[in-house]
Design a protein around this ligand. Structure first.
Ligand SMILES: Nc1ncnc2c1ncn2[C@@H]1O[C@H](COP(=O)(O)OP(=O)(O)OP(=O)(O)O)[C@@H](O)[C@H]1O
Length: 343
């Protein structure tokens, strides 16, 4: 049984002014998240990602559908019961949301105190959580004395202190530089592996998905347009909306502006071949061009690695007999995806 299950879940908000149309932030979303998984949720700004997470957290009621957490249908529970459900769900935020006037230790102990844990025990558990995130020596520091990555690690310690089974992360690394992001991702990965915490991670950063997530859902206009194992969705997105989004985050796909520039700079046909590990090797493509007497130049490209599995996109400028190019591309297209830029 999935740990979190959404069935046809919707959330709409009334329009901002009288007569304004209703905003459908989440639109009939169905999604199952198994215990122990790290589920990434991606999509453009306004797609409904944060709203979806607030529904799982029961911070807001859904306007349609059912949400089940650990076998309990939370969409049917009264507010009093929801507090208990929320206690099993930790949350971390882009802006950390720490109390500036409290030390790291007191920040981490705070949710435990709210749950009625006695002060000395709360402080002991907070120390353990700070130790887990590698900040035992910063217990007495105030947030302003900490770096962004350290603040987020305090945020993670605070979320983990109450031993939640689920952790929700909303753009947890978006305010951090790449190196600090690495620190935070390491801690989150360890929390998943060592503590078995199931995670739902909202992000627009490829690195986060690549290093943490096992599955990913792509949202657009409130809908989940595609969901599945990270490698599948990133190497061969099926839905046009996810293709658009994925192209902006993976390496090697030229943007429309880059394609226009390539077209300016190179004569010949501009063709992108997208490989994944199951396809024939890239070398075969080079050989096939050569064998057909096609003049080729590699003009753009990149290889991505997800969990040790590679996929990539190589863009060529091709010159030669059009019929020979067509025939060769048709052969390549049987194994890999071939996209030709409009001439
Ligand atoms: N409390 C609210 N009242 C009215 N509209 C809302 C509310 N919260 C969200 N929305 C609207 O719902 C839609 C989805 O918003 P949401 O914040 O969930 O998207 P998102 O994918 O998380 O975007 P971002 O990455 O920018 O945070 C947007 O159109 C937003 O304006």
């Amino acid at each position: 049984m999935p740990l979190v299950s959404l069935k046809d879940v919707s959330k709409s908000y009334p329009g901002s002014s009288k007569g304004a149309p209703t905003v459908v932030a989440v639109d009939r979303v169905s999604l199952d998240i198994e215990a122990g998984e790290v589920y990434g949720v991606i999509g453009y700004s306004g797609a409904g990602k944060s709203t979806l997470v607030r529904l799982v957290n029961a911070l807001e009621p859904a306007t349609g559908g059912t949400i089940t957490v650990a076998g309990e249908e939370i969409t049917a529970l009264p507010e009093k019961e929801l507090r208990r459900v929320r206690a099993g769900i930790g949350m971390i935020f882009q802006q950390f949301n720490l109390f500036q006037s409290r030390t790291a230790l007191k920040n981490v102990a705070y949710p435990l105190r709210l749950q009625g844990v006695a002060k000395s025990e709360a402080l002991t558990r907070a120390r353990e959580a700070l130790d887990f995130v590698g900040l035992a020596d910063k217990a007495g520091s105030y947030p302003e004395q900490l770096s962004g990555g350290q603040k987020q690690r305090v945020g993670i310690a605070r979320a983990l202190a109450t031993t939640p089974s689920i952790l929700l992360a909303d753009e947890a690394t978006s305010a951090l530089d790449p190196e600090t992001t690495g620190e935070v991702l390491e801690v989150l990965g360890r929390a998943n592996r060592e503590l078995g915490v199931t995670m739902i991670v909202i992000t627009h950063e490829m690195d986060v998905i690549q290093s943490l997530a096992t599955k990913v859902a792509v949202m657009e206009n409130g809908r989940v347009v595609e969901a599945g194992p990270v490698f599948d969705v990133f190497s061969a997105p099926q839905n046009p909306a996810s293709q658009r989004f994925v192209a902006t985050v993976v390496k090697g796909v030229p943007s429309p502006a880059e394609l226009a520039a390539l077209r300016e700079r190179h004569v010949g046909r501009i063709v992108t071949v997208s490989f994944s590990e199951t396809d024939a090797s890239q070398a075969t493509v080079f050989l096939e061009f050569a064998r057909a007497g096609i003049e080729f130049e590699l003009v753009y490209g990149g290889i991505n690695d997800i969990g040790g599995r590679a996929f990539g996109h190589l863009t060529f400028a091709l010159r030669g007999d059009d019929a020979a190019i067509d025939q060769t591309l048709a052969g390549i297209a049987r194994r890999s995806t071939v996209t030709e830029a409009a001439r």
